[in-house]
Ligand binder design. Structure first.
Ligand SMILES: N[C@@H](CCC(=O)N[C@@H](CS)C(=O)NCC(=O)O)C(=O)O
Length: 226
């Protein structure tokens, strides 16, 4: 199927949501055209293909747009042969979808609130909430996935893509704020998983450099890059 398909991905370099789609396409071995958007001046194509949210990522497959990263990754899995991303078992699939939604509804908003916080107090409040949310993920790993190399089992699956797409952000935040979102002391299972994930071919190929996050954070707060 790869080769016959016209695939265009609208993204921005630092968007973990766009990184998810790149990871899914890369796991499937599908080639695509990547188009970097300027979110301060959104393209007509973005506005036309995602008129409801006007956000990246958007995957345009043979002219048909799909938006929302969790949905796009599922689409890619269903549409292309090769590496399976979602678990085959319906119950396991539901568990993976539950934790993916949890990550996007709970973990990421707290984390991003911490990144954007304008005062130390606000940052600390958001940091506490982020740690609490991440703590739940550690428990989920222990309950559903302990003993496995990845959430997907022996190889990367849906949740690995969903959580793994944010690891470069966690690393950038660690360097700038000296805060470890995932650590071997508080979240040992996730820390070991993150290490394994970072060593995979897909992470090495697709994950942006944490230096870019460091640069972004310094620009955001008007501080100098160390
Ligand atoms: N739930 C969406 C989130 C996508 C999202 O927040 N994209 C950001 C970039 S990381 C965006 O396009 N923001 C532009 C805006 O809010 O106007 C997904 O999973 O795709």
């Amino acid at each position: 199927m790869a080769g016959k398909d016209d695939l265009k991905l609208l993204g921005v370099l630092l968007s973990p949501f766009a990184v998810r789609v790149s990871m899914a396409l890369s796991l499937k071995g599908v080639s695509y055209e990547y188009v970097e958007e300027d979110l301060s001046n959104k393209s007509e194509l973005l506005l036309k293909t995602n008129p409801v949210h006007k956000k990246v990522p958007v995957l345009i497959h043979n002219g048909k747009p799909i938006s929302e990263s969790l949905i796009i990754v599922q689409y890619v899995d269903e549409q292309f042969v090769g590496h399976s991303i979602l678990p085959a078992d319906p119950y396991e699939r539901s568990i993976a979808r539950f934790w993916a939604a949890y990550f996007d509804d709970k973990v990421f908003p707290e984390f991003y609130g911490m990144v954007k916080a304008k005062t130390v107090d606000e940052r600390e409040k958001k940091m506490t909430e982020t740690f609490a949310a991440i703590g739940q993920l550690e428990e989920a790993f222990a309950k559903f996935y302990e003993g496995k190399a990845f959430f997907g089992g022996d190889s990367i699956g849906y949740l690995d893509i969903v959580f793994g797409s944010c690891l470069f952000w966690f690393e950038g935040v660690r360097r700038v704020y000296e805060v470890e979102i995932i650590s071997s002391t508080k979240t040992p299972l996730l820390a070991a998983w993150a290490q394994r994930f970072g060593e995979t071919e897909v992470a090495k190929k697709v994950m942006p450099d944490a230096d870019k996050v460091v640069e972004y954070l310094h620009n955001l707060h008007g501080t100098a890059t160390k």
